[in-house]
Design a protein around this ligand. Structure first.
Ligand code: PMP
Length: 447
């Protein structure tokens, strides 16, 4: 148990590593979401993890609620994962050849996700969403696609529009958002085929589908918006999206890279009762190992069959044998009775406790989401419904100060408000209680 009353020792070693890291790595890290742009004065260097605990380079202990951006659905170093990997490693890590491991992993996945008639494994969520779009374009013989403001689907060129937050004045009209590229180095023509729309707004959706429906290959959406914190869909929104895409012959790609295997064994699609044409998975599927997957009907995925009109998808590491062993073991654990009941119970306890802290401390803050994933917004509003709400009303600086206060007390979380709190199967009610206690102290420091 982390002793919450005891402040952490120094982070001298983390600081020394950060100095050294910057000599060899850009900003000392391998992704901007991990560096000094987010963590002040610099990142905490993590060295070890077990269950819900992580230890930094100075030996400080934290309860981890970031869980590798949601990848660690079983927590750190789950004994079953360790056993499976150790055994598989001794036999040879990867062959880039047909293996029984990839069949077993695919069978498990199909057994859990109803819309997954067939599966193609890749290595990351980004690879999965790239492939899904290529398949949709080949299948429909259309090139345009629709993405929503504030949704992130990986770092593939055409997806990198309006995935970061910006001052509300820069966003343009709601019905016709100003395209804002998230990256330099992408030719403007990459965005010629992107139609942008606001999310969670049925009227705007009907209008944009009326205008563009017949030319779209796909609409891609996160079922719960997870890259502006945690924004659940309004009631009936996903169902209407399913209906409209069907009416216009547009494929619905449900990007479940974050939500997959988190809320229900069958993904968010099972939770909300929406059947997509294509689904993308990653993160929790691999329980800490890099994986991506595209699933859907044979009629669409068969476009990847070899031949003249093939949709190309190669990859030396596709269906990596170690990862496939982990996927199968992970899905077996998640299919066991009680796994999701516990994820929801512990997460809901954490959420209820946090709400009570904000109420008692008279802080204008809300907690959105439920069970296994949620986010805190410092805001005067009752809810954050979409990207524009997030840009206008979420006090991300205050949130960052709050999380830095938690880091001081042994709670590990990213100070970036655009991400989300993650509950793994390793988390317990005492972990939730420790978070609530630390949050209370962090709030006292804030006010
Ligand atoms: N889709 C969504 C919804 C995501 O949140 C992410 C990553 N955060 C991705 C795709 C890309 O996944 P990866 O980082 O594994 O490439």
């Amino acid at each position: 148990m982390v002793d919450m009353a005891k402040p952490l020792a120094t982070r001298t070693r983390s600081q020394q590593w950060f100095e050294r890291a910057q000599q060899s790595l850009v900003e000392g890290v391998n992704s901007p979401s991990r560096g000094a742009a987010v963590y002040s004065p610099g990142p905490v260097f993590l060295e070890r993890g077990q269950g819900t605990r992580v230890w930094d380079a100075d030996g400080n202990e934290y309860i981890d609620f970031m869980m590798s951006f949601g990848a660690l659905i079983q927590g750190h170093a789950h004994p079953k994962v360790v056993e499976v990997v150790s055994r598989a490693m001794a036999e040879g890590s990867h062959f880039a050849a047909a293996t029984s491991a990839e069949t077993e992993a695919a069978e498990r996945l199909r057994g859990m996700v109803a819309s997954a008639e067939v599966v193609r494994f890749a290595n990351t969520g980004s690879e999965a969403t790239m492939l899904a779009l290529r398949l949709a374009r080949a299948y429909t013989r259309r090139t345009k696609f629709l993405k929503f403001e504030g949704h992130y689907h990986g770092w593939y060129d055409p997806y990198l529009l309006n995935a970061h937050s910006h001052p509300p004045g820069q966003l343009g009209p709601r019905d016709s958002p100003t395209p804002i590229p998230d990256s330099e180095g992408i030719p403007a023509c990459c965005f010629d085929d992107v139609v942008l729309a606001p999310w969670n707004d049925v009227v705007a959706l009907e209008r944009v589908m009326q205008r563009h429906g017949r030319e779209l290959a796909a609409v891609i959406t996160e079922p719960i918006m997870a890259n502006m914190g945690c924004i659940p869909p309004r009631e009936g929104y996903l169902q209407r999206l399913r209906e409209l895409t069907g009416n216009y012959g547009v494929l619905l790609i449900l990007d479940e890279v974050v939500t997959g295997f988190r809320y229900a064994p069958g993904g968010c699609q099972a939770y909300y009762g929406v059947t997509p044409d294509l689904s993308t998975f990653g993160k929790a599927l691999g329980a800490g190992f890099p994986v991506g997957a595209v699933t859907g009907p044979r009629s669409i995925l068969n476009r990847m069959r070899s031949g003249e009109n093939m949709v190309l998808h190669y990859g030396t590491f596709n269906g990596h044998r170690l990862t496939m062993k982990v996927v199968a073991a992970n899905l077996e654990l998640l299919a066991a009775d009680g796994a999701y009941e516990k994820l929801h119970r512990v997460g809901d306890a954490a959420i209820a406790g946090l709400r009570e802290v904000f109420r008692r401390r008279k802080l204008k803050a809300i907690v959105q989401g439920f069970g296994p994933m949620f986010q805190i917004y410092f805001t005067e509003r009752d809810a954050i419904h979409d990207y524009r709400d997030y840009c206008a009303y979420a006090d991300t600086h205050r949130y960052s100060r709050f999380v830095h206060g938690l880091l001081e007390q042994g709670i590990y979380m990213t100070p970036s408000n655009g991400l989300h709190w993650i509950i793994s199967t390793a988390h317990t009610e005492p972990d939730a209680a420790a978070l609530i206690e630390a949050a209370d102290r962090a709030c006292a420091a804030l006010s």
